[in-house]
Design a protein around this ligand. Structure first.
Ligand code: NAP
Length: 242
């Protein structure tokens, strides 16, 4: 059974990806930061989807927490390795740059960019040794196009896009693929404060996307069927920006 780790798996896009990977037969490690109740609901969904899973609480932006938690899991499961990593945990703290405080900048960079670096660095070694791995980074339209009010978030997601392309070249020979998914507006807690009725006018498909639609793409990139795709950034945005 393939083992997959989804960071930020307790809610939204991460939960849908956990459920999709479970339906593909994966054992899913569901990471979360503080919302244990929601993480448990994801675990129930994983089991209903026909997979199995467990919950791992750690802050992706804290190197020591990431490493101690993954080390503990690996020691308890010495015969296994995590072959699918979905770096999904993310936050936004939107402000125009003139009003942006150090904490708004640092928090968003810490979670979205360092939160990609710490789990990936830890899990990469076993993927290389086993000559198979799938790394999927959830970025954003904001990291491709840049969005006003999101200089911190655009910078973090843009950096993960560049890192995706660089890392794909480092590990391709070991059959480890590294790709990014760039959603537009997706219905989740993160976009609960946005007015879909107003914003959908800008979107050719005339609606926000669903977490399940993003999860379908993640499932494909996690599968063997995507074996010749690496270093790519795939947009899923209803035609909003290409
Ligand atoms: P969401 O509903 O707000 O869920 C965020 C998830 O990330 C939660 O599971 C949360 O855990 C977790 N998380 C946050 N900080 C964390 C940390 N430091 N360590 C570990 N977990 C952490 O967000 P979403 O809409 O599903 O977004 C998922 C990803 O897609 C993010 O990277 C986001 O930037 C990206 N994205 C979303 C959209 C959109 O329109 N929704 C568009 C483009 C990109 P808790 O439940 O414990 O808080």
């Amino acid at each position: 059974m393939k083992i997959a780790l989804v960071t930020g798996g307790s809610r939204g896009i991460g939960r849908a990806i956990c459920t999709k990977l479970a339906s593909m037969g994966c054992h899913v490690l569901i990471n979360y930061l503080s919302n244990e109740t929601e993480a448990k609901i994801t675990l129930e969904n994983v089991i209903k989807a026909g997979g199995s899973g467990e919950i791992l609480c750690f802050d992706v932006s804290k190197s020591e927490q990431v490493e101690s938690s993954l080390e503990k899991w690996q020691l308890a499961n010495p015969e296994q390795y995590i072959e699918v990593l979905v770096n999904n945990a993310g936050i936004r703290k939107d402000f125009l740059m003139i009003w942006m405080e150090n904490s708004h900048w640092n928090d968003v960079i810490d979670t979205n960019l360092n939160g990609f670096f710490f789990p990936t660095r830890y899990l990469l070694k076993n993927m290389i040794v086993n000559k198979f791995g799938r790394i999927i980074n959830i970025v954003s339209l904001s990291g491709i196009k840049g969005l006003p009010g999101q200089v911190n978030y655009s910078a973090a997601k843009g950096a993960v896009i560049a890192a995706t392309k660089a890392l794909a070249q480092e590990v391709g020979k070991k059959k480890v693929t590294v790709n990014a998914i760039a959603p537009g507006f997706i219905i989740s807690d993160m976009t609960a404060d946005l007015n879909e009725q107003q914003l959908k006018a800008m979107i050719p498909l005339n609606r926000f996307g669903t977490c399940e639609e993003v999860a379908e793409l993640a499932g494909f990139l996690a599968s063997e069927n995507s074996s010749y795709i690496t270093g790519e950034v795939i947009s899923i945005n209803g035609g909003l920006y290409t």
